[in-house]
Write a protein that binds this ligand. Structure first.
Ligand code: AMP
Length: 112
């Protein structure tokens, strides 16, 4: 499958890895929009939030247990934001489910 984030999880494209287990991979965003900007993804290909179902919900739940660990690892003790863009209106540019962790500074009150 020609998917950028699948290529990152299997090592075909290099990334600055932050976390990895058998199901989940996390790496620094190449174009950070905050002092700390990490992407957390399932290793299995899920195209977007719209692709989440009861069949793959376990890995999504796991991601949400991993996110606070990554935030702690990166020293985001004062808080952080988690975003997932889904589809065209949300400007999703990579069609592999991912959760942005943004932090390391006071973020805007506006989310859009
Ligand atoms: P989205 O626009 O929500 O689909 O987010 C995709 C994110 O992937 C953007 O923030 C990009 O900067 C990031 N990105 C694209 N290519 C790479 C890459 N090779 N390594 C790390 N992050 C990337």
């Amino acid at each position: 499958m020609d998917c950028l984030f699948c290529k990152i999880t299997n090592g075909d494209i290099p990334s600055k890895k932050v976390y990895e287990d058998e199901d989940v991979f996390a790496f620094f965003d190449i174009a950070p929009q905050a002092p700390v900007h990490v992407l957390v993804i399932p290793k299995v290909h899920i195209a977007s939030m719209d692709g989440i179902s009861m069949e793959n919900a376990e890995v999504v739940a796991k991601i949400f247990t991993v996110i606070p660990k990554i935030a702690a690892q990166l020293g985001l003790t004062n808080g952080y934001r988690v975003i997932s863009n889904c589809g065209s209106d949300a400007c999703q540019s990579v069609k592999h489910l991912h959760f942005h962790i943004l932090g390391g500074a006071q973020l805007s009150e506006k989310m859009a």
